[in-house]
Design a protein around this ligand. Structure first.
Ligand code: ADE
Ligand code: ZN
Length: 334
């Protein structure tokens, strides 16, 4: 095997941008559809594959929300999360920070507790049996209103032992971060860490708003930051992490091809770039595939790869001792 691919595979890794609903593989979708008697618009896996041909973020989201409708019972959320944790093991991901979208489920009258408990129990099992640590971040759907986000935040207040932070996802353009300023203020008061998707399809202004109004600790995606010199300098000087998702960006036509992706440029400029898989069941690959394909397309060096992986641990919500321990392990690998 190519030496650098070997290194990618053996490095302990952290994943910081992963929507658990986006880890729903077609096989599990079919099984749950049958079990729960939910109609899905595909007859077989081939039909699924041809449907996963997206023009932009919205065309993906329409299919993704439809897929999530098969998730009904607590056990379904457990099975989904456990299947992702097994993928983590395969990819040598030792720490995962996982998004979930409560409103995708509560709007279908699924109980918030079933969702969070199913996810949490699978993560606890993974901690014990697979030695993988994790955190849960709850995302608000930005195409919905402030009132719905407040309602969702209130539901999370009795789950602070499980949910460490809040995020913002779904249709970006037209749904400015400032819409959720008051929700985020309350979340921060309640002790949640904050992150937000920004600068995926939206312009740099959305990143500025996420920083200034939502007080985020990380920007999810953020690839459009380079269009604004002042913003780029701020991100670099303050080492604000960007959770970049290369295969997602290609599938959603943010960049035409991987060799055009700006992640190497951002890395070379000293930005704190991390690599993640976003919605791996929809975008054609888990974390190792994202790293390997990016390495090939952008001719990333061994040092670039190690930097990206170290950046993920530095940007994680692990404690400082745990971060140090993993970074030391990475540094001795070649
Ligand atoms: N929800 C799941 N994946 C997403 C993405 N890439 N952008 C915004 N919302 C999402
Ligand atoms: Zn995302």
């Amino acid at each position: 095997m190519n030496k650098i691919v070997e290194l990618i595979k053996k490095l302990p890794k952290a994943e910081l941008h992963l929507h658990i609903e986006g880890a729903l593989e077609p096989e599990l979708m079919f099984r749950l559809a049958k079990e729960n008697q939910i109609i899905i618009p595909y007859k077989n896996v081939n039909e699924v594959e041809s449907a996963y041909d997206f023009q932009n973020l919205q065309s993906f989201l329409d299919i993704y929300y439809r897929g999530a409708e098969v998730l009904i019972k607590k056990q379904d959320f457990f099975d989904l999360t456990w299947s992702y944790m097994l993928r983590c093991k395969e990819n040598n991901i030792v720490h995962a920070e996982i998004f979930f979208d409560p409103q995708t489920h509560t709007n279908r009258k699924i109980d918030f507790n079933s969702v969070i408990d199913g996810i949490y129990e699978a993560l606890e099992k993974a901690k014990k049996e697979l030695k993988i640590s994790s955190r849960i971040i709850m995302c608000f759907l930005r195409h919905l209103d402030e009132e719905s986000a407040f309602e969702t935040l209130n539901q999370a207040l009795t789950h602070k032992d499980k949910v460490i932070g809040v995020g913002l996802d779904s249709s970006e353009v037209g749904n400015l971060p400032i819409k959720f300023k008051r929700v985020y203020e309350k979340a921060i008061k309640e002790g949640f860490i904050t992150v937000a998707h920004a600068g995926e399809e939206g312009p740099p202004e959305y990143i500025w708003q996420a920083l200034n109004f939502l007080k985020v600790k990380r920007i999810d995606h953020g690839v459009r930051c380079l269009e604004d010199k002042k913003l780029t300098e701020k991100l670099r000087d303050e080492q604000i992490p960007l959770t970049v998702c290369p295969l997602s960006n290609i599938k959603l036509n943010i960049f035409e091809k991987l060799s055009n992706h700006n992640l190497k440029k951002m890395l070379d400029m000293g930005l704190r770039v991390t690599i993640n898989s976003d919605d791996p069941a929809y975008f054609g690959g888990y974390l190792n595939t994202n790293l390997i394909e990016s390495q090939i397309a952008l001719d990333l060096t061994k040092e670039d790869i190690k930097k990206l992986v170290v950046n993920s641990f530095k940007s994680s919500f692990l404690n400082e001792d745990e971060k140090k321990r993993w970074i030391n392990e990475i540094n001795i690998l070649n």
